[in-house]
Ligand binder design. Structure first.
Ligand SMILES: C[S@@+](CC[C@H](N)C(=O)[O-])C[C@H]1O[C@@H](n2cnc3c(N)ncnc32)[C@H](O)[C@@H]1O
Length: 199
């Protein structure tokens, strides 16, 4: 079964997972779609890592390109059923727990402000993140909100990858400034994705 993506430079996700290998916390993708970003993160993750994906689907209005504004694409609830089936089958024999959250980034941030409950013989709560792929709404305000939430929950050495960093999607300069002013360094600049590291 093929798990599809809609972008390029997926190897940046592998690099970001490897760079943050010694950092405590979950690995997370915002914007799951058909699953290739999350699958790539799962493939690169060490056994025992928790990988989560946040995506509301439901064909709600979405900013895919900053200068275009809100539109509806094909991120439907049927797409959700398909990706849930594909990804569940994919991860079944892997030593990784994958947890999808069918909600917007905003909903996740308010509902899981104090952490994500995890169940493995015992109940624990994790409120740390080691690596994030930001590939949901592509506009400055959304990325700033996401950055503020995750930055507070990430330790030194953690990584964030942003997708669609070219000017036909977003003006990336203020995003770079936001990261640099808050203790992050742009360590790899691609033609689709950027990798930032917290120092
Ligand atoms: C560009 S696609 C993600 C592609 C995927 N990461 C990949 O590599 O194939 C954007 C996704 O963001 C989701 N999305 C839209 N609004 C969102 C929000 N507020 N929070 C999280 N995800 C959102 C859409 O439903 C869609 O599946």
């Amino acid at each position: 079964m093929a798990i599809h993506g809609d972008s390029g430079e997926y190897e940046f996700l592998i690099e970001a997972v490897q760079m943050s290998a010694g950092v405590d916390g979950m690995l997370c993708e915002v914007g799951l779609r058909r699953g290739l970003g999350t699958k790539t993160i799962i493939d690169a993750a060490a056994p025992g890592r928790i990988v989560i994906s946040i995506d509301p689907f439901g064909n709600i209005p979405y900013v895919g390109r900053e200068y275009v504004g809100l539109i509806r694409l094909d991120y439907t609830n049927d797409m959700y059923k398909q990706v849930l089936s594909d990804m569940s089958a994919y991860v079944l024999d892997k030593p990784i727990e994958w947890i999808p959250f069918k909600m917007t980034d905003h909903q996740f941030f308010s509902r899981y402000f104090d952490g994500v409950p995890l169940y493995d013989f015992e109940e624990t709560v994790c409120n740390k993140y080691a690596m994030i792929h930001l590939d949901g709404p592509h506009h400055y305000d959304a990325i700033e909100t996401e950055f503020i939430f995750f930055n507070e929950r990430m330790d030194s050495g953690a990584t964030i990858v942003i997708d669609d960093v070219t000017e036909d999607f977003i003006d990336i300069a203020p995003v770079n400034q936001l990261f640099e002013c808050n203790g992050w360094r742009l360590v790899k600049q691609g033609s689709k994705k950027n990798i930032y590291v917290k120092y």
